[in-house]
Design a protein around this ligand. Structure first.
Ligand code: HEM
Length: 268
């Protein structure tokens, strides 16, 4: 095999692994949207907001208008951002309908800012599951989303598209942190055949580590992918293998999240 052929195969492997990742992740994110709309949306349409608290810890507080509005907005935007993200990554849409890409991009960035600000407000006023690590972990996630979205937006306005692409991908990975958290949690439980490192108060060593790992690990892999695009075949094969493994793990985690979390709540 010539050097040129190896280089060509490494480009194909990297692209193939990115496509495989995109297909699996989009399926999992669509399942998350269906759950958000089907569980929270359906309960809201019936005026049965108390039902939200079957899942939430801080949740809906009767009479707490401001906090409830922030929560409702958060859940609505959660569906919007989870749908809008994968749409933004489809190359055909960027090429054929650049206006759709621009408007969806603006909506995505604005949603990322609002959902993170609302999330920060909720974490520190109403609380959430788990202990301080989870609160600090998701707060840092929120701040990083705001930072990355702002940088991506500025590069787009300056028409510096190579940098814009890199920062938009970082924003997407960071904004998928809560989704990675759920999918990774279910992968971990299935792989260990039980809730190893997850205390009864949802504050064990695994939860503490994954509170940060759920966005830092995917972010590290994205950096590997971006670096591999510009480097030689070895880096490209390594990044393709890493992405392939992450995709397989995500597939298992998505299956677990659908079967153990999202579907039972939809049917319950
Ligand atoms: C950016 C993407 C985000 C999405 C798609 C998202 C989605 C969701 C969803 C679906 C829920 C309901 C819980 C469930 O059914 O699993 C939720 C609740 C919540 N989220 Fe987010 N979220 C995002 C970002 C954030 C951020 C950055 C923060 C904090 C800084 C945050 C804080 C919260 C809090 C405090 C709750 C309520 C938890 C409770 O009451 O138990 N979220 N989010």
């Amino acid at each position: 095999m010539t050097e040129k052929t190896v280089a060509m195969w490494s480009v194909k492997a990297l692209r193939g692994s990115a496509f495989f990742w995109f297909a699996v992740a989009t399926t999992g994110q669509l399942a998350f949207v269906l759950y958000i709309a089907g569980f929270y949306g359906r309960a809201a349409a019936r005026g049965d907001f108390e039902r939200w608290n079957q899942v939430l810890v801080g949740g809906y507080v009767p009479g707490g208008l401001a906090g409830n509005l922030v929560l409702a907005m958060h859940l609505l935007l959660a569906a919007v951002i989870t749908l809008g993200g994968p749409l933004q990554l489809v190359p055909a849409i960027r090429r054929r309908w650049p206006r759709v890409h621009r408007w969806n991009g603006r909506a995505y960035m604005l949603t990322a800012l609002l959902i993170s600000l609302g999330g920060l407000y909720m974490v520190w006023t109403r609380g959430t599951a788990g202990g301080p690590s989870l609160r600090i972990g998701i707060s840092l996630n929120g701040l990083l989303i705001i930072g990355a979205a702002t940088v991506a937006w500025r590069f787009a306005r300056q028409r510096r598209f190579a940098e814009h692409r890199r920062w938009a991908l970082r924003t997407f990975v960071l904004a998928s942190g809560v989704w990675f958290f759920r999918v990774g949690l279910m992968f971990w439980i299935l792989a260990n055949r039980g809730p190893v490192g997850i205390g009864p108060d949802f504050d064990g060593p695994f939860v503490r580590a994954w509170a940060f790992g759920c966005y830092l690990v995917p972010l590290a892999l994205l950096e590997l992918y971006l670096a591999a695009e510009r480097r030689g075949p070895l880096s490209r094969f390594a990044a393709a293998a890493g992405l392939g493994l992450l995709t397989l793990a995500a597939g298992v985690g998505i299956f677990g999240a659908v079967m153990a979390m999202w579907l039972p709540r939809l049917l319950g």
